[in-house]
Design a binder for this molecule. Structure first.
Ligand code: NAI
Ligand code: MG
Length: 510
């Protein structure tokens, strides 16, 4: 019997990751978490709490403190108090703390991975092999930069107290992208995790304590949008770093305008995945799986628009459908699962609404023959073909496992389609002709362009967008500039000077 035939006959058996350590960790804290301010656990002034759940089965996981403006105020004050000492440490001393955090994350990587899967619904295969290793890598990488700041960024200093607001799609990884460079450059931090996924940030807070990080350098204030808004508006914050929806990014930009706060925004996307006719289509299919079914498609840089050259489009769609039929949706803790749960009912609802719009517009929809588990928030991998750029689903970010496909004839047409979006976060180009890829890449307006691969990240490589995908970069040397300011700016006031309008000279018509 051929190996291929053997695989065809093999039965699939679930292989669940053990969750005991995570449950013990939650139980030991009575499944209730306070705010992490000045190195201590503090109850919220309002006395309000909210629940975080496991979206794969709706089970209650823990009660979480809801921080209000007073709590944000206390956290900002703690960060302010910690700032002079932290910023005055040598780069080497700050690096030692960052190395310690990195090592603690590695030491507790299994607990982090299981907690993240429970709280977010993403497959353990991803938290274990992608999220948590990248988190550790980010802290190690920035430990190096802490040591190099004074030589590589001579003439720069820390910005000060940084408010950081992060989303739920990569909870701990977005924490790392924010906290590691901020600390490395000598800033102190108030972090607001997303309301659906606060648990790994709280475990991280514990690790800050056990690693001996000075109190107030990292503060974690949990809560929802209002907590984030209070942080954005707080006068004691010198910079806001935000990752999330374009809609909230707009609100934050307005709220910080004229305040003198430094700002970076990493927002939505509708990234093109461009396939030329000479590509290896089987590799392309695996690329598509990574592009749009990784993390249930809840990825800002998901390759959510498949642009296929007309000559191979139908052949490619057939291969993709065959692969979709074999994807496994289910228990995120099952090591054999490809697609886990959608983070929350509201997100599932958004996906369903947008898919309905596509169907109403008459676009051709394809989903696998099997059904998703019924007890949690799941959505099947979905393919729309014969989409035109005017369709809502071609323009709106769906942020779910839904791929929309369009065709093109010439490279010029591919570029035109790729850029036909409000966003500019990422792009993926597939061809055997490297000259063609290198010719197309700079013509696509995107912060990151991958060639014959997709969703590849590293701490040394800057990430960020253009247009409505935001501005500022995270990772690499370029990302450090978000967390420093030139010392020569110290000669100027922080707040913009309001210039008095010159009086028009009499006698002259204006
Ligand atoms: P969101 O943008 O509301 O949430 C992101 C973070 O911002 C959370 O921590 C949230 O509590 C906070 N926040 C909400 N309102 C705020 C405000 N007025 N001021 C300050 N902070 C605020 O995203 P949401 O509602 O969870 O998802 C909505 C859509 O956003 C998704 O369907 C998806 O399209 C997009 N999204 C994009 C992400 C990305 O990585 N680019 C991540 C999450 C969502
Ligand atoms: Mg949750």
């Amino acid at each position: 019997m051929k190996i291929k035939d053997l695989f065809e006959t093999m039965e699939y058996g679930p292989a669940p990751e053990n969750r005991d350590a995570a449950d013990q960790w939650l139980d030991a804290r009575q499944r209730e978490f306070q705010l992490f301010i000045n190195g201590e656990w503090a109850p919220p002034v309002s006395g309000k709490y909210f629940d975080t759940i496991n979206p794969a089965n709706k089970e209650f996981l823990a009660r979480i403190a809801e921080g209000g403006p007073d709590d944000v105020g206390r956290a900002v004050a703690a960060a302010r108090q910690a700032l002079p000492h932290w910023a005055a440490l040598s780069g080497h001393a700050r690096a030692r703390y960052l190395y310690a955090l990195a090592r603690q994350i590695q030491k507790h990587s299994r607990l982090f991975a299981v907690l993240e899967s429970l709280d977010n619904g993403k497959p353990i295969r991803e938290t274990r092999d992608i999220d948590i290793p990248l988190v550790a890598r980010h802290f190690y990488h920035h430990a190096g930069w802490a040591q190099l700041r004074d030589t590589e960024l001579a003439g720069y200093r820390e910005v000060g107290v940084v408010g950081q607001i992060i989303p739920w799609n990569f909870p701990l990884l977005m924490l790392a992208w924010k906290i590691a460079p901020a600390l490395a450059m000598g800033n102190t931090v108030v972090l607001k995790p997303a309301e659906y996924t606060p648990l790994t940030a709280l475990l991280f807070a514990e690790i800050c304590r056990s690693a001996g990080l000075p109190p107030g350098v990292v503060n974690v204030v949990t809560g929802a949008g209002e907590t984030g808004a209070a942080l954005t508006k707080h006068e004691g914050v010198d910079k806001i770093a935000f990752t999330g929806s374009t809609e909230v990014g707009r609100i934050i930009r307005k709220a910080t305008a004229g305040s003198g706060k430094k700002l970076s925004l990493e927002l939505g996307g509708k990234s093109p995945f461009i396939v030329f006719e000479d590509s290896d289509l089987d590799s392309v299919v695996e690329g598509v799986v990574d592009a749009i079914w990784f993390n249930q498609g809840q990825v800002c840089c998901a390759g959510s628009r498949l642009l296929a050259q007309e000559s191979v489009a139908e052949k490619l769609y057939a291969k993709i459908r065959a692969r979709m039929e074999k994807l496994r949706v289910g228990d995120p803790l099952d090591k054999s699962i490809d697609i886990g749960a959608i983070v929350a009912p509201v997100q599932l609802h958004t996906i369903e609404e947008l898919v309905r719009k596509g169907v109403d517009e008459g676009v051709r929809l394809w989903q696998p023959s099997w059904a998703c588990p019924a007890e949690g928030y799941f959505y099947p991998p979905t393919l729309f073909t014969e989409v035109s750029p005017a369709h809502v689903i071609a323009q709106e970010e769906i942020f779910g496992p839904v791929l929309v496909a369009m065709t093109f004839r010439t490279p010029a047409e591919a570029v035109q389609l790729a850029n036909n979006t409000r966003y500019g976060l990422a792009a993926s180009i597939w061809t055997d002709n490297i000259n063609l890829a290198l010719d197309i890449a700079p013509q696509v307006k995107a912060g990151t362009v991958w060639i014959n691969c997709t969703n590849v990240f590293d701490a040394a490589s800057g990430f960020g967008g253009y247009r409505e995908s935001g501005f500022g970069r995270e990772g690499g040397k370029e990302g450090l500039y978000e967390y420093v300011k030139q010392t020569e700016e110290d000669a100027f006031p922080d707040k913009p000077v309001v210039l008095k309008k010159a009086k028009p000279k009499a006698g002259k018509a204006g």
